[in-house]
Design a protein around this ligand. Structure first.
Ligand SMILES: CC(C)(COP(=O)(O)OP(=O)(O)OC[C@H]1O[C@@H](n2cnc3c(N)ncnc32)[C@H](O)[C@@H]1OP(=O)(O)O)[C@@H](O)C(=O)NCCC(=O)NCCS
Length: 307
């Protein structure tokens, strides 16, 4: 039996995001075009390509953040029939050995999820190649709207005195202005702001919370698919935050969701937000259909590694 293992060649290219999508989309994981749509990407990218004489067998793409000398690996993929032959290791090692000299990065970063098929393989690969142990950055949750209806806390829909809730479709001019002002408040983390870039919140399932005439929080819902909603932002100003208010506000929002045909509602939690993580464990965890962890792995590059 003749076994023909083609020689693999490696090369590094500087490439624009647009050209990378055109040339490599099928060899990207996660999808480069989706990533571009979601958050935009900085030009140029650095592509480390593994190829035999005929086609590309593996690809690693790096986005360069000059301000903190970081190379973020935004895609890492080896074609299924070429896996487990060391191509993935070679690509990641070329990134750490060549990019420091080429563009001056001193840290490589990789973000991946617990529900990706290759998670175990990737963890082994990183550990073998000197990366720090991945840490959990975020939880991605998919809750069942009907399961939530069984929660004890969902029955408690009475807001404290002076606190009221309103749907976006019913907002007065003054309330719309307050919501707009929240966009520029520096004490609100950017990812918690009510507006969603390029997306229109559902006006019947997005809510504001008020104390007397003052805006103190919001709950923003987006449509993801016919049966799935996304809660893109849930925020109450710290001065007004209490676990019982957060629960009552959630109960009211879920009661509105239950009136629709949506079955699931997805949201994410920053793992560093210990208050929110405790709240999640205590009140929300058991009503989830799926929980995925988002990990961040880091490789600080010492000068000896650079060749
Ligand atoms: C992750 C991926 C790029 C690895 O590519 P690869 O070419 O198969 O990797 P390698 O052959 O270099 O394997 C590297 C290490 O992974 C581990 N590994 C390989 N196969 C494994 C398996 N079946 N189970 C567990 N670990 C495995 C081993 O530690 C191996 O090193 P070793 O052979 O020296 O023991 C590839 O599996 C892939 O494209 N997966 C799908 C896309 C993806 O999830 N990418 C991650 C995006 S961040």
């Amino acid at each position: 039996m003749e076994v023909n293992i083609m020689a693999i060649f490696y090369q590094i290219d500087r490439i624009s995001v647009k050209d990378a999508i055109k040339r490599f989309e099928k060899m990207t994981f996660p999808s480069l075009s989706q990533k571009m749509k979601k958050r935009g990407l900085q030009d140029p990218l650095f592509a480390i390509i593994a190829a035999d004489n005929t086609r590309i067998s593996g690809l690693l793409l790096v986005e360069h953040f000059v301000e903190n000398s970081t190379g973020l690996i935004i895609s890492f993929f080896v074609a299924p029939k070429h896996r487990e032959r060391g191509i993935g290791s070679k690509l990641i090692n070329l990134a750490s050995s060549k990019l420091p000299k080429l563009i001056g990065v001193s840290v490589l970063e990789l973000v991946f999820q617990s529900n990706w098929k290759s998670k175990g393989r990737l963890m082994n690969l990183l550990a073998k190649n000197g990366w720090q142990s991945p840490v959990t950055k975020m939880l991605l949750c998919k809750g069942s709207i009907s399961k939530y209806q069984k929660a004890e806390w969902i029955k408690n829909v009475d807001l404290p005195p002076k606190i009221s809730m309103k749907k976006w479709q019913e907002l007065s001019k003054a309330e719309k202005i307050m919501l707009q002002e929240a966009e520029t408040r520096t004490d609100v983390p950017i990812e918690m702001r009510p507006s969603q870039i390029g997306q229109i919140p559902l006006p019947n399932l997005s809510l504001i919370l008020k104390k007397d005439d003052e805006l103190i929080g919001w709950w923003v819902s987006l449509k993801v698919s016919e049966d799935t909603l996304q809660r893109s932002s849930f925020y109450i100003y710290p001065a007004h935050r209490t676990p019982s208010l957060a629960l009552t506000f959630s109960a009211r929002a879920l009661a509105e969701q239950a009136k629709t045909n949506f079955e699931y509602f997805i949201f994410q939690i920053d793992a560093r937000n210990t208050g929110m993580m405790n709240y999640f464990d205590r009140y929300l965890k058991e009503y989830q259909e799926e929980i995925a962890e988002v990990y961040e792995a880091i490789l600080p590059i010492s000068t000896e590694r650079q060749t």
